[in-house]
Design a protein around this ligand. Sequence first.
Ligand SMILES: [Fe+2]
Length: 355
Amino acid sequence: MKLRQIRIVCRSARLRCLYLSKLLGFDSIDVENSNCFASSSPGRSLAFFFDENKAISCDSVDEALIELPRVENVLDRAKAYGSTIRIASNPRRHVIDTPVGNFKLSFIRSGTLDAPKSSSSHHDDLEHVDHVTLALTSGSSNFVSKWFEKCLGFRRFWINDKEMDEGYVIRSEKSRGIRLLGMELAGEKTSSSSSSSFDDDNFKIVLAEPLPGSGPNQIDTFLKEHGSPGVQHLAFHTSNIIQCIQRLKGFGMEFIPLPSGYYMLDSKRLEMMDVGLPIESLRDNGILFDVQQRKDDRYPYPPYLLQTFTKPLFEKDTFFLELIQRCQGAQGFGEGNIRALWRALENQYHGGQGN
Ligand SMILES: [Fe+2]
């Protein structure tokens, strides 16, 4: 199961397509619709479609297309739940509205789209979509998670070892906290009702909502600018995050600076040295590092995550990209990285220093 296409509704489809394709090094695709433009990764594993709508207030990711072997399983479940399933063309796919703003999920049988080309080219370093994060209004994540579970057969996965039943909560003294909750649609290999392991074959979404309290935060900023809940970021997995950042920077992509002092932490530097990472190179490329306690006997070092985040890609502070490299079987999202991202985004949006 893979996320193969993302659709973006925008006020100028041609310009948005040119802009994003240039930043990512994607190739243009011919589309038989004068109001739609498209481009894909060089390996054809992921394509962006840009649909024009002059009436919208801001550009927005409004659909993700999932390729899976047995579409019927998901569609039968959605029908039984009472959802309306629409058939859309180019490509022909089954589209289901979600309760998250304008965001839709669509499904297509494996083999309908062109198979990704296997290539060792460094241009294919955006390998697959690791997860999609949805920004929700305060208090709605339980309802939304139940909808994904009952309508489409998603199940919870644990973002972090310290997570409670209600989700993973991050609090700050200077702004409202957020709650994160992971949901995944299991692929063919796994079928149990909940998951503590991280399976690349599963499609993952992260639900993020602001907690009640005072002060704005990154989710509030998204909701205000976007005008409704929706897709806040898309995370690409890469096997060489440094090379990937260098390549994207060469195309003009800008990344969010890390909180000051991040690389001065002795504990962080020791952890990096323990797994043999080049500290200066990670620092110079603004990469977050998070080592995990769980040990995988297949590897000499503990699992660790490397992550970085772009600046918002549209006119408003809404949608951005994440790059993530999972090393030695790393799972979840790393408590340290979530908190560091939190501080970086607070500084980006509100000019504070976080905590
Ligand atoms: Fe993420």
